[in-house]
Design a protein around this ligand. Structure first.
Ligand code: FAD
Length: 317
């Protein structure tokens, strides 16, 4: 019987939605097998009910103060401990900053195969993971045929479906030792805005926005839609906005329900970060730009005229 272990992630005292998406993937893979989830940190137990709602039959909580903040050293020790306990065939998590950092080192330690940034998972003759390659120009199907299978799943890409089960919590004490790095303090930027990687709507600005002030109408539209504001690298490089907003190959990968690209030409490196958005709207004054090839809806016009009009319309709706 296949045993799957899901590393669930919390942020600001809440489980991240991607954890539920990954549990849904786990269900697809096990088809009747066992699903275990693990959470780290001293508030881990409070997530038990939510994890059980999405199908986790066993919830392993590694309660140690060192795990309240992520460091690769301590998370690696904790995850190896849980893997030793559960003995899963498959270990999954979200393709988040933590997943991207932690899973390769744990896979290397276990000599396990790792497939990262999966956008689909099929079962049948083994488990086949689909992941984008060449900045999203093509998709690769990968199968690990030997040993433990590890994979990170792209957030916001596969639907999280509830499947409540009776679950039990198992508390594991973990001695975290020989830490090479210790996080003393995390100073968060108090934006009060929606997290870009979790946003359902993203209004994104490129070089066409022309200045930091040019982002204001985009922010107004995002606020009306309950979304977040992103940017192309050109806009970040030009100093119009912070690099934390960059979307693309060397920025964040996002999969919102609605992506509104304003004054963005659609370079392949930008598309790598947003082309799997469910609906793409492009606003650009040049009808020939590449972004219109990937957009579901295109508006040829000046963004400084179009964006405020959209904001007004959405306010009325
Ligand atoms: P431009 O290509 O200059 O496009 C600006 C657009 O604005 C034009 O299409 C113009 O018609 C339009 N415009 C101007 N004024 C208006 C107006 N008033 N109204 C409407 N439209 C207007 N880029 C990323 O975005 N993310 C990445 O992660 C990334 N990683 C990279 C990694 C590497 C290794 C390299 C080499 C490049 C990377 N880039 C990345 C850069 C990428 O190649 C492009 O240079 C960049 O995406 C262009 O940004 P842009 O579309 O905003 O600018």
């Amino acid at each position: 019987m296949t045993k799957v272990l899901v590393l669930a992630e919390s942020k600001n005292g809440k489980l991240r939605n991607v954890s539920f998406e990954v549990l849904t993937v786990a269900r697809r893979i096990t088809s009747g097998g066992e699903i275990a989830a693990c959470v780290f940190g001293s508030d881990g137990e409070k997530y038990f009910e939510e994890l059980a709602k999405y199908g986790a039959q066993k919830v392993y909580v590694v309660d140690n103060e060192e795990l309240n903040r992520y460091t690769p050293d301590c998370y690696k020790q904790a995850l190896l401990k849980v893997i030793g306990e559960v003995q899963p065939q498959i270990v999954l998590t979200g393709h988040t900053s933590i997943g991207k950092d932690l899973f390769p080192s744990v896979a290397a330690r276990l000599n396990a195969g790792l497939v990262s940034d999966c956008t689909d998972v099929e079962t049948g003759d083994g488990i086949v993971f689909t992941r984008p390659i060449y900045s999203g120009k093509a998709f690769q199907k990968k199968q690990i045929t030997d040993g433990i299978v590890m994979a990170t799943i792209r957030p916001n890409n596969l639907e999280a479906i509830e499947n409540p089960v009776a679950a039990e919590t198992i508390k594991l004490s973990s001695e975290i030792k020989d830490l090479r790095t210790v996080v003393r303090e995390v100073v968060k930027k108090a934006t009060g805005r929606v997290d870009l990687t979790e946003a359902k709507v993203i209004v994104s600005g490129g070089r066409g926005v022309k200045s930091p002030e040019g982002f204001k109408p985009l922010q107004e539209l995002a606020d009306v839609l309950g979304g977040a504001v992103g940017a192309s690298r050109a806009a970040c490089d030009a100093g119009y906005c912070d690099y934390s907003m960059q979307i693309g190959q060397t920025g964040k990968v996002v999969t919102p329900d609605l992506y509104i690209a304003c004054g963005i030409s659609g370079a392949i490196q930008h598309l790598a970060g947003m082309s799997s958005s469910k609906v793409i709207v492009a606003i650009n004054k040049d009808p020939e730009v590449n972004i219109f090839h990937v957009a579901d809806y295109g508006i040829v016009g000046d963004l400084f005229e179009v964006v405020p009009l959209l904001t007004e319309e959405f306010k009325r709706a």
